[in-house]
Design a protein around this ligand. Structure first.
Ligand SMILES: Cc1cc2nc3c(=O)[nH]c(=O)nc-3n(C[C@H](O)[C@H](O)[C@H](O)COP(=O)(O)O)c2cc1C
Length: 201
């Protein structure tokens, strides 16, 4: 069955000119007919997590809005740098916020794919491993392959952060084809995360 698949992209970097933002933009450009990739955009308004900020179990409005965007998407793609061999602290903070209300968070049963770009040779491999481990907590449907590990990003993106490497673009097309199939099969099995009980809706 052919269905339209709506993917939400979250960038783990808040930096202007981020390579990971450029990777998500390229993913949106390479999306085939029937697939849309929307970018979450600037999420830097999410405060540092403090459970004192919960109001009757609800996170602050800015976090609820992000959670609603996640809930409404068919699938999620996270493009993140690796910081100090792990997840950027700000992204981890956002994911921690999205864990509310446990265990029925907006990420439960959500198809998730990971991509990443770094200036080093590892292409975010260690960061993605840490991210995968964190995402297990949410019972996400995590796609394992293909891995998109973009190393040496300084020569693959231009000054504005636009992807100029055709091999990476080809890999993104393969990733999109596989992630679309992965997401569709999750929905076809009746595991539609949008139908799940969710506190903020
Ligand atoms: C605090 C910090 C820690 C970093 N740690 C790593 C690292 O562990 N591995 C790596 O490959 N690059 C590391 N980098 C370099 C990033 O790959 C580089 O800054 C990259 O451009 C970040 O992605 P962005 O362009 O999307 O912001 C680090 C950068 C910062 C600011």
């Amino acid at each position: 069955m052919t269905r339209n698949v709506r993917i939400l992209g979250i960038c783990g970097s808040l930096r202007a000119g981020s390579y990971n933002h450029g990777l998500l933009s390229a993913l949106a450009e390479e999306a085939p007919a029937g697939v849309t990739v929307d970018l979450l955009g600037d999420w830097s308004g999410a405060p540092n997590l403090n459970v004192d900020l919960l109001d009757a179990g609800r996170p602050p409005a800015v976090v609820q809005e992000i959670a609603e965007r996640v809930r409404a998407a068919d699938g999620l793609v996270i493009a993140s740098p690796e910081y100090c061999n792990s997840i950027p602290g700000a992204l981890k903070n956002l994911l921690d916020w999205l864990s509310f209300p446990p265990p029925r968070s907006c990420l439960r049963f959500k198809p998730v794919g990971l991509v990443g770009a770094s200036i080093g040779t590892g292409g975010t491999a260690r960061g993605q491993t840490a991210l995968r481990n964190s995402l297990l907590f949410f019972d996400t449907m995590l796609m394992g392959r293909p891995e998109v590990l973009v190393a040496s990003s300084a020569v693959k993106f231009d000054e504005q952060g636009n992807l100029k490497d055709e091999e990476v673009r080809a890999l993104l097309r393969r990733f999109l084809a596989d992630f679309t199939e992965f997401t569709s099969s999750t929905l076809d099995r009746g595991l539609d995360p949008r139908d799940r009980e969710f506190l903020f809706s």
